[in-house]
Design a protein around this ligand. Structure first.
Ligand code: SF4
Length: 391
């Protein structure tokens, strides 16, 4: 049991994870941006600024189809209105502080600074058949999972819808420009698995999802099937997401099939238990038609026992066949820490047990672990930067 151990990334041995569902008040509101608004809202914003409403449509196409916010490139707009339109609808929201490359240039981790100095990260990954961006939906996280460095930062604030969408636009542009090894590529997938618990920023995350999937000029027109929203299990909001009519893939960070261990590994389990969470995930599958991903970080001697794999298989099969796909994720190795990766034998036995029980199981790639870009490591760079700034 991990209760008496300091969490991953803690600076003091007495540190204990502290769950918080509350969202701190931000120091100032992010400037309003067209990606915060639907097209009707953008037209109203134009009219309020004394500009014709239909210009919102043109600016939106530049932003979502041509991925630009540069007035000089908007040559179909009257020169006299371009700067004002861009100032009204496309204020700068994210500034690139650093881009770190790994995996022979097929992975890039970006560190962004937001309008109030807050820093977040996103990771762009090129695979054989797809290019995926992992986005942050919050600065920090209040869920306090003890094996995750981000959880030790606490939550600073929610990101606005446009701050999320801007991470996507930058990645789509970098990908199209050929910044990743392998030449130009289309950004095909977005996963909400960076910093934060997306459900705690529900309204802005759903608005961002609309911008991602709605066709131009409303949004980028990506396929909902290629977008994944990950949650540790905020059950009421999983149920609400099922009713939004945006059939994104749901990923549930389960990490333990039994409440006794999950209460310790994923503190939000004290509010919503494994059975309620899996019921909500199954109902999400039935509402969306999308198979649910069950994420399971394999932690040495903690949750990686074959009997737990069997228990997980039983919990899933009890609700139906083929509705869930398990992704065991080898935790990134932290030598000497209790939060370290399972042995290859334990991992294999866990996977074999699930497969023998008829559960589709794929061990997830941990891209970017050499730049702290893999799951649960996104905080490292931000923490280092914060420390350097306050010293
Ligand atoms: S694992 Fe996810 S939900 Fe848990 S603390 Fe880390 S970022 Fe938050």
């Amino acid at each position: 049991m991990p209760t008496d151990q300091p969490p991953e990334g803690a600076t003091s041995p007495d540190a204990r994870p502290r769950l918080s569902l509350a969202v701190p008040t931000p120091r100032g509101k992010a400037p309003r941006h067209l990606a915060d608004l639907d097209l009707a809202g953008r037209k109203a914003a134009c009219r309020d600024a004394g500009l014709p409403g239909f210009r919102a449509d043109q600016v939106s196409r530049h932003y979502f189809s041509h991925l630009t916010r540069d007035p000089a490139r908007m040559t179909d707009l009257p020169a006299s209105q371009r700067d004002q339109l861009c100032a009204e609808l496309l204020p700068p929201l994210v500034r690139e502080v650093r881009a770190l490359r790994a995996d022979a240039g097929r992975t890039v981790k970006y560190l962004w600074e937001l309008h109030d100095g807050v820093r977040v990260e996103s990771v762009l990954m090129r695979y054989e058949d797809r290019t995926t961006l992992c986005v942050s939906s919050q600065a920090g996280c209040g869920m306090a999972c003890p094996f995750c460095a981000t959880g030790q930062m606490g939550l600073t604030r929610n990101l606005s819808a446009a701050e999320i969408v801007e991470q996507v636009r930058h990645a789509a542009l970098a990908s199209a420009r050929g910044d990743l090894t392998g030449g130009p590529a289309r950004l095909s997938n977005v996963v909400f698995m960076g910093m934060g618990e997306p459900m705690i920023n529900y309204r802005n995350v759903v608005a961002a999802l609309h911008r991602l999937v709605d066709p131009a000029p409303e949004g980028f027109g990506m396929s909902a099937r290629s977008i994944t929203v990950s949650t540790v299990g905020v059950v009421p909001l999983i149920r609400r997401l099922a009713g939004e009519g945006i059939p994104v893939t749901l990923a549930v960070s389960l990490h333990a099939p039994d409440d006794a261990l999950r209460d310790e590994l994923v503190p939000v389990n004290s509010r919503w238990k494994v059975a309620d969470l899996l019921d909500a995930a199954y109902d999400y599958f039935r509402a969306s038609g999308r198979r649910v991903s069950i994420e399971y970080a394999l932690i040495k001697d903690m949750n990686d026992h074959a009997w737990r794999a069997q228990r997980l298989a039983e919990e899933l099969s009890r609700r139906g066949r083929g509705w869930a796909h398990v992704n065991p994720i080898p935790l990134n190795p932290t030598p000497g820490s209790i939060w370290t990766c399972s042995t290859p034998q334990a991992q294999q036995s866990f996977v074999d047990t699930l497969r023998c029980a008829g559960i589709t199981t794929t061990v997830r790639d941990t891209r970017g672990s050499d730049i702290d870009g893999a799951c649960g490591q996104l905080a490292t760079e931000v923490l280092n930067q914060e420390r350097a700034r306050t010293q």
